[in-house]
Design a protein around this ligand. Sequence first.
Ligand code: NAD
Ligand code: MG
Length: 401
Amino acid sequence: MSEKQNLVVLGATGSIGLSTLDVVKRNSELFNVFALTAGQNAKKMAELCIEHEPLYAVMANQAAAEQLSAHLNGTSCQTLVMHSVQAMSDLCAHPDVDTVMSAIVGAAGLLPTLSAVEAGKKVLLANKESLVMSGQLFIDKVKKHNATLLPIDSEHNAIFQCLPASLQNAHADQQLEEHGVSKILLTGSGGPFLTRDINTLKNVTVSEAVAHPNWSMGQKISVDSATMMNKGLEFIEAKWLFNCQASDIEVVIHPQSIIHSMVAYHDGSILAQMGNPDMRTPIAHALSYPKRINAGVKALNFAEISDFSFTKPDFARYPNLQLAIDACDAGQGATTTVNAANEVAVAAFLQGKIAFTDIYSINAKTLDSTPVNAVNSLDDILACDKAARLCATQLLAKVSH
Ligand code: NAD
Ligand code: MG
């Protein structure tokens, strides 16, 4: 094994993938790009292969892989091009790999991420959907295979940084209470519709929904931030990452996204992690943990902060947030179901097939109409995900305009 960390970036062409490669480039003495993977964007992948010279590049399907090969043909790039989820999973488990950045969007990230976990790798988790849909199974595998799980989601990374060192790598085995923690304060900006007239939410356009006031992100998470389903998924993510109950977590609206989340202690102390809203900070933190490296992020200038405010979430404005919190209480079947329904509904909204407010209707009705059987094994999880997608897709036809 070389002294540099050998890295696989799942979802390399996305927002998190590109930010990861930016941090890697700034610290090239520490990291070696072993493999890159992406869905369809062969052109961007070709640029990344030429720049980072990974040994392997994996696309989701054969057509995209052929496009990538065509782009690389005639260049000096020696990267071996492959395709399929299996190839992504195999590379995540490759003996030369140290670290896997899990940054595919949605349920498509589950199998490669689990493969990295089962191979005992250092797993940097941006793909929150994989943890939401498999919760206990995911965490059990982390423990069984002695993998290192570090959160990339800015809130969870902030919480992680605010926890005592003894808890940071306890693999969710220890109780927060025993370490003096009284509450996890999960902050969220409220997205672009924090103050919009609630009666006009049904008219929200795609470009309005993806225009997040503070963060630049992929389309799916941007819509999730506008509905606050993102905070709901993060609520479930926090429960699993930090081994706590729903009652230990409180959502706080903080429109400026300066504080990225907080941990409250029994002595009255509240620790917050702050900074400019730039995902390169949590990415750099996790890549080099426990050391600190340059992330290329501008330091926060307190003199420039004009507003610093906090409120409670309004569940009438954000019914998806309540839905996800209730699903968290109800258990794995409900969280797998709501995650799957939401992926179907958000994709339909992005394609102009349903209204913004229909996302909630589809999610709520899918939860109501899917029989929630015991969901434990990977087969149970995949079956539950499939059933929820089918149900949500059938519901789409009823609300499509
Ligand atoms: P994105 O849409 O910008 O990128 C997604 C990546 O996944 C792309 O490389 C795409 O090619 C790949 N991909 C999509 N479908 C695939 C498939 N079926 N098979 C293989 N690869 C596929 O998304 P993003 O904003 O980078 O988000 C990635 C993940 O990180 C999401 O789970 C998101 O919730 C999480 N996250 C993102 C941010 C952010 O700031 N962008 C913050 C926190 C968490
Ligand atoms: Mg987040």
